[in-house]
Design a protein around this ligand. Structure first.
Ligand SMILES: Cc1ncc(COP(=O)(O)O)c(C=O)c1O
Length: 396
C-alpha cells in the first residue's frame, strides 16, 4: 500500500547512528553516547514523599485537567528560580511545558513557514535540528570557537539569510560543552536587538556549573522582549518528570500557549504538583550541589584519562559544567567509522555528523561524562584511545 505521508516527512530522517546506538544498550558496553543524567543521583525518596503528599492532600485536583499555562504555584516557583538566574519576571511570564523539548516544536509552529531560515550554532543540539526540520526550513549556521558562537559574524548572516530566529545554547552547549563568553552575550544581544531578531535561548545545563563563574543569561539583558528563554528540571531533578518552562513576553507566550493547547492541552497536572511540592518541601539546592560535584569529578577523570591515553592530534573541549565534552580528531579520521570499531571494543559515543544541520562534522565526537561511574570512565576512555590509535595508524 502506498501510504501518503505529509511532504514534511521527506526532510526528516531517522539518524543511522541513532539506530545503531539503540541496539547497544547491553550492560557490558560502556556508553558515552547518551545525554542521560546520573540515575543514582535522582532524588527518588524525596520525590516519593512529594508524590505521596500531593496525592494524599490534593489527589482529585492533581488528577484533573488543568490550565494550559501551568499550575499557578509552580509558575511562581519557576519565576523565582528564573529571577535567581538574573531574569526579571513574574509567574505570569512563565509557560510550563512538557520538557524544554516541547517549546522547540511550539516555537517552530508559531514562527516557521516552509522555506524560512533558522540560524543555529554550528554544531548544535541534534533534536533541535530535528524539531525545526519538520517545518521544511533552511538552516544557516554561526561559526563557534572555544568561547561559543562568534557574535561578530551575525550581522552579515542576518542580512544575507533573513532568519526567523536564532537558536542558541549559551551554557555548556550540547554537544560541545562550550559556554558563550559574557562580552559575546552582550554583543549578540545588541545585534539581535538592532535587527529585531528573535533569540531562543535554551538553558538546560546552566545550573550544572562545577568550575568558573556564572554568566547571566541573554534573557537578563532583554529590554526589548526578543529573547525566549527555555529551561527544564530534567537535569536538576529528573527528565522522566517532563517539566520545562518558557519565559517570554506576553505576545509570544500567548501564541505558544495556543499551540500548546492544540498539542497536549497541558503538561501533566500530577507531575507539575509533584515538582512544586519537591521544590517547596525539600532542599533542591543541596541536591543540585551534589550533582555539580559528581559531574565535576567525572569530567576531571575523563579529561585526565584522555590526556594519559589519547594519541597525538586529538583535541577536546574543557567545559566548566554540563554533561558533555567534544573531541576533534585529526584530519582524515571519520568518527562514523570509528564508532563501528569502538562497538567491537564495547565502548560507544555519538559521532559529530548529526549535530551539524548540513551533516558535515565527520571529524568530531561527543562524549558524555555524567552517566558513567568513574571506573567505567577510566576503562571506557582507555578502550576508546586504543580505537583512536588504530585509526591514526590506518591513516598514517
Ligand atoms: C540543549 C537541549 N535542549 C533541550 C533538551 C530537552 O530536554 P527536556 O525536554 O528533557 O527538558 C535537551 C536534552 O538533552 C538539550 O540537551
Amino acid at each position: 500500500m502506498n501510504i501518503r505521508f505529509a511532504r514534511r516527512m521527506d526532510s526528516v530522517h531517522a539518524s543511522t547512528i541513532r539506530e545503531i546506538l539503540k541496539v547497544t544498550e547491553q550492560p557490558e558496553i560502556i556508553s558515552f553516547a547518551g545525554g542521560l543524567p546520573a540515575p543514582e543521583l535522582f532524588p527518588v525518596d524525596d520525590l516519593l514523599s512529594a508524590a505521596e503528599r500531593v496525592l494524599h492532600e490534593t489527589g482529585a485536583s492533581a488528577l484533573q485537567y488543568s490550565p494550559s499555562e501551568g499550575y499557578a504555584p509552580l509558575r511562581e516557583s519557576l519565576a523565582a528560580e528564573s529571577r535567581r538566574r538574573g531574569i526579571d519576571c513574574s509567574a505570569e511570564d512563565i509557560l510550563i511545558t512538557t520538557g524544554s523539548q516541547q517549546p522547540l516544536d511550539l516555537a517552530g509552529k508559531i514562527f516557521l513557514d516552509a522555506g524560512d531560515c533558522v540560524l543555529t550554532e554550528s554544531p548544535t543540539y541534534m533534536a533541535a535540528i530535528q524539531a525545526f526540520q519538520t517545518f521544511e526550513v533552511r538552516f544557516a549556521t554561526v561559526p563557534t570557537d572555544d568561547h561559543g558562537l562568534i557574535s561578530e559574524e551575525l550581522p552579515a548572516l542576518i542580512e544575507r539569510e533573513r532568519p526567523k530566529f536564532l537558536y542558541t545554547i549559551p551554557n555548556f552547549q550540547n554537544p560541545t560543552g562550550r559556554t558563550l563568553a559574557a562580552q559575546r552575550r552582550k554583543t549578540l544581544y545588541s545585534i539581535a536587538a538592532r535587527y529585531g531578531l528573535i533569540v531562543i535561548e535554551d538553558d538546560p545545563y546552566g545550573c550544572l556549573r562545577y568550575a568558573g563563574k556564572t554568566i547571566p543569561p541573554l534573557k537578563s539583558l532583554d529590554t526589548e522582549g526578543i529573547v525566549i528563554y527555555l529551561s527544564t528540571v530534567s537535569k536538576t531533578i529528573a527528565p522522566g518528570l517532563r517539566i520545562g518552562w518558557v519565559v517570554a513576553r506576553e505576545e509570544i507566550r500567548r501564541k505558544l500557549t495556543i499551540v500548546k493547547q492544540a498539542a497536549d492541552l497541558h503538561t501533566s497536572s500530577l507531575d507539575q504538583r509533584i515538582v512544586h511540592r519537591y521544590l517547596t518541601d525539600f532542599d533542591s539546592s543541596a541536591h543540585i550541589e551534589r550533582i555539580r560535584q559528581a559531574y565535576g569529578e567525572r569530567y576531571a577523570i575523563m579529561d585526565a584519562t584522555l590526556r594519559e591515553t589519547m594519541p597525538p592530534g586529538f583535541r577536546w573541549t574543557h567545559p566548566e559544567g554540563g554533561m558533555f565534552l567534544w573531541v576533534t580528531c585529526p584530519e582524515g579520521v571519520d568518527t562514523n567509522e570509528l564508532l563501528r570499531e569502538a562497538l567491537l571494543r564495547k565502548v560507544i559515543f555519538v559521532p559529530g555528523q548529526d549535530f551539524f544541520p548540513d551533516s558535515s562534522g565527520q571529524r568530531f565526537m561527543r562524549l558524555n561524562f555524567s552517566n558513567a561511574s568513574p571506573d567505567s570512565i577510566r576503562e571506557g576512555i582507555g578502550r576508546l584511545a586504543e580505537v583512536c590509535k588504530d585509526a591514526v595508524h590506518a591513516h598514517a
